[in-house]
Design a protein around this ligand. Structure first.
Ligand SMILES: Cc1ncc(COP(=O)(O)O)c(C=O)c1O
Length: 385
């Protein structure tokens, strides 16, 4: 390619290769067990694959409606109403998206402009900040306590200013595996009273929650539902992260504005997959059984680590488990994670990169959405450290 000497002024000067990519490459290079990035290493239900094939054969191969296939939106509305008691109009208050990531990016793009502040709770999943910054917004951080990952609502309240446009929450929480309680949701609701602040509630792990705990969806709370986009992901729920299929639900006036951006961004999501998911959702056990499925995997992982030197608080939700390695070494988390993958063939994610100011409490995140055999091999290695 002939070189043209142009000056590129990056809109995202801070963005570098992510830790997920780095760890993924290292895992491949060293033939390591990869518990870093969050995706299952087992197959989805074959009947779901059959439904997609069938839909393709039936001719659902052209553009889907902009907001999503109506049967799917109806199924999403029915599911939310049944689980959380909130009715969203499938016609005007639910949109099917290319994964939760696109829903989040589009919401931020539709509402956040130059100088608008967006409160992000750290440690945070990595797609929020670049989406805010590329739109000229300013992320404002509230750091969770790094021991129990609880939020200090007084600190949160102190970050609200007249420029606060949006708040992003995530429960069950990646990477910590904690969840927001009912009290947390009520505190959030109270903090936002008498403001126009919009909320993104990232609930992609809503069906992965353990020990009988309940998912507190923002949609359950009147004062939150009226200002919130709830974002979901079929990728997480049905072991199909590669299909990139999600949705958001929100009040009509917010959704109207969302769709103005959505239609010129992606227009619509995969047609055949939407048809298949509409059928698959008819059986509630397909998503209600997930808590138990992943709880067994979490317990297998924890049991395998019970004689290890890691200090562990069992994850309450998501398919991630944090481990504290202070009794093994005082190396920085990125150094230890790299040593684990290169010398012990096991890949994880160091947590400091998710925190404000790179706070390093010597925590690693392991993904347990893996076959039992993989988890057993992984814990055998980790127990010997
Ligand atoms: C907290 C959180 N939000 C959103 C996503 C992205 O979901 P999707 O794959 O549906 O875009 C992930 C994926 O890891 C996540 O952990």
């Amino acid at each position: 390619m002939p070189k043209y000497n142009r000056k590129i002024v990056s809109k995202l000067p801070k963005v570098k290769t992510t830790i997920f990519t780095t760890m993924g490459h290292l895992a491949q290079k060293h033939n390591a067990i990869n518990l870093s990035q969050g995706f299952p290493n087992f197959e989805p239900d074959p009947s779901l694959i059959d439904l997609v094939t069938q839909a393709m054969k039936q001719g659902y191969n052209q553009y889907a409606p902009m907001a999503g296939v109506m049967e799917l939106r109806e199924m999403i509305a029915a599911k939310i109403e049944q689980l959380y008691g909130r009715h969203y109009n499938p016609d005007s208050e639910i949109t099917v998206t290319i994964g939760a990531t696109q829903a989040i990016f589009t919401i931020i793009t539709a509402f956040v402009g130059s100088g608008d502040e967006v409160i992000v709770i750290k440690p945070a999943y990595d797609c929020y900040e670049p989406a805010i910054e590329v739109n000229g917004g300013v992320p404002v951080f509230v750091q969770l306590n790094n021991t129990d990952f609880k939020i200090d609502w007084e600190v949160f309240r102190s970050k609200i200013t007249p420029r606060t446009k949006m708040v992003i929450i995530n429960t069950p929480h990646n990477p910590s595996g904690t969840i927001f309680s009912k009290e947390d949701m009520l505190e959030l609701q109270k903090c936002l009273e008498n403001t126009d602040i919009i909320v993104i509630s990232d609930e992609v792990y809503e069906h992965i929650i353990f020990d009988g705990l309940e998912h507190e969806s923002a949609s359950k709370y009147d004062g939150l539902a009226s200002r919130t986009f709830v974002c979901g992901s079929f990728g997480k729920t049905f072991h199909i992260t590669g299909w990139k299929m999600g949705y958001c639900a929100g009040p009509v006036e917010l959704m109207h504005e969302f769709r103005k951006t959505h239609q010129f961004n992606v227009f619509s999501a995969d047609h055949a997959v939407q048809k298949a998911l509409a059928s698959y959702l008819k059986e509630p056990q397909h998503y209600l059984g997930l808590n138990q499925f992943y709880q067994e995997k979490r317990d297998l992982f924890l049991e395998g680590l019970s004689t290890s030197r890691f200090k562990i608080k069992p994850s309450k939700g998501t398919y991630f488990q944090l481990v504290d390695y202070n009794d093994i070494t005082q190396e920085p988390d990125e150094v230890f994670a790299e040593r684990l993958v290169t010398k012990h063939q096991i890949a994880s994610i160091p947590i400091s990169g998710f925190n404000t100011k790179g706070i390093d409490k010597h925590l690693l995140r392991f993904c347990f959405a893996k076959t039992n055999e993989t988890l057993e091999r992984a814990t055998e290695i980790l127990s010997k450290l």
